[in-house]
Design a protein around this ligand. Sequence first.
Ligand code: PEP
Ligand code: MG
Length: 550
Amino acid sequence: MNIQGTGIGRGVATGRILRVAPALKEPEDVARNPQISDEDAEQQVLSALEDVKSQLEARAEQASKASKNDEISDILGALAQMAADPALIGEISKVVKSGKTPERAVFDGFGEFEAKLEALGGYMAERAKDLHDVGQRVIALLTGAAMPGIPEGKGPSILLAEDLSPADTASLDLSQVLGIITIQGSPTSHTAILARSRGIVAIVGAQKADSLHDGDTVILNAAKNVIVLDPSDDDIEEAEHQKRQSERARLLRGKPGATKDDVPVALLANVGKPEDANAALEHGAEGVGLFRTEFMFISSSQSPSVEDQTKAYVELLRHFPHRKVVIRMLDAGADKPMEFLTPENEPNPALGLRGLRTLRAHRQVLDDQLEALARANEQTDADLWVMAPMVADEHEADFFVKLGKAKGIEHVGAMAEVPSIALMANEVAKVADFVSIGTNDLTQYTLAADRTLASVGAYQTAWHPAVLRAIKLIADAGKEHDMPVGVCGEAAADPDLALVLVGLGVTSLSMAPVALDDVRANLAEHTFEETQKLASRALAGEFYPQRTDE
Ligand code: PEP
Ligand code: MG
């Protein structure tokens, strides 16, 4: 039996399963066996803390030696120090003396400090999660439970987890990870986006993968959305063939995107931080098609200053002299809530205050960001384009375009992420300089399926003819009004879907840098007319994927 899920990117990986241990249960709040004295209980806690500290220090040293990655090594070093904090140890001893079990004392002691950090908000609240992780390690040692998180020292493996936190995904040791399977999650969850941006082969939302065991051999085929169990020699040979194809695609790096008959299709990169510019250039991006500006806001409890924002935008723009860089205004709300902007009690956040709606409700944030972009534009010679997320119609597009122009920004456009903008595309094309289609949200809203929910993950595909027809409405309006239409959602990263998008009239594609090779190679193998034929078939629903595991 094969297991269906949703593939991230096109990669193929073969290897053995390594299950990521689930979170520990909360230790029971019961009195300790009276035969264990306070001193003995305290001693058990101290030696577990010491062991966790040494383990973390050893990992920090390993990370620094193995990858010269000081950032990861510093994080691990800081975690090790947490386990030796005298105030924390004092708190735990106090709980031990009240007669509780060592594990409960650790839970309560860490909990006390976690709550204090959380109350401080922002950066400190993030540290509360780190502290929790250290506490969980100590409890696992005390109770003999499997260490939560990613097991170490098991050799290169395919990780299987209920879900991975973005922090786990970000700090994975790529030399030890052949691929990732998650039982929850959808392809446009931000964890999946992170996996794609790190070039990790992944299948998400594979609910039946829960039956897999440590050591099972599998092939992950992201392009086919499938996990192959007990692969035959033929299966393994096919996987190897696919890997070789990817290597060939790499050879076209540096060539601009175009169909076989030289119809140009700009191939741009999606980036999330100014430093990502390097990966974009390395993979041959012709510019940036989507800079998600959330990173500056997400960890802070207030809006970053105009000066700080300007600095970050300049840092990005400097990498792309005379090249197109599309910067998206802050997209707060829904799956990217921001403490100081997003209401806490929205019953359906995806249908609530997000994107341009949030910015309009917080005009100072909107004005400051545009001001910072205008200043950065003056200081660099990149070709800056600015767009707003979640624009519903021509009125909202007009509102934003006028604001941007008033700041002296030359190219101001709208993201198409909700069906209403597709239905009003002709009107929008009269006021916007460009439209960039965010297929992740356009799919979510066209099919009314929350992009973060595995239970409706199967709906999250832009191959659905309804989504493609919405894209066609926008592309047709673009053609008629001479307005560029790009795609910057995850659909652009699927080499086959990329052909269909081009056939529909999309003129640029923006994706995670690691996806560029395969898209470039596939375009180069097809004429424009062939892409148009594929588009007609796709519009008729011919390629709409059917799930086969049900
Ligand atoms: C999209 O919705 O397709 C998009 C590119 O924006 P994000 O994934 O950041 O919501
Ligand atoms: Mg979006």
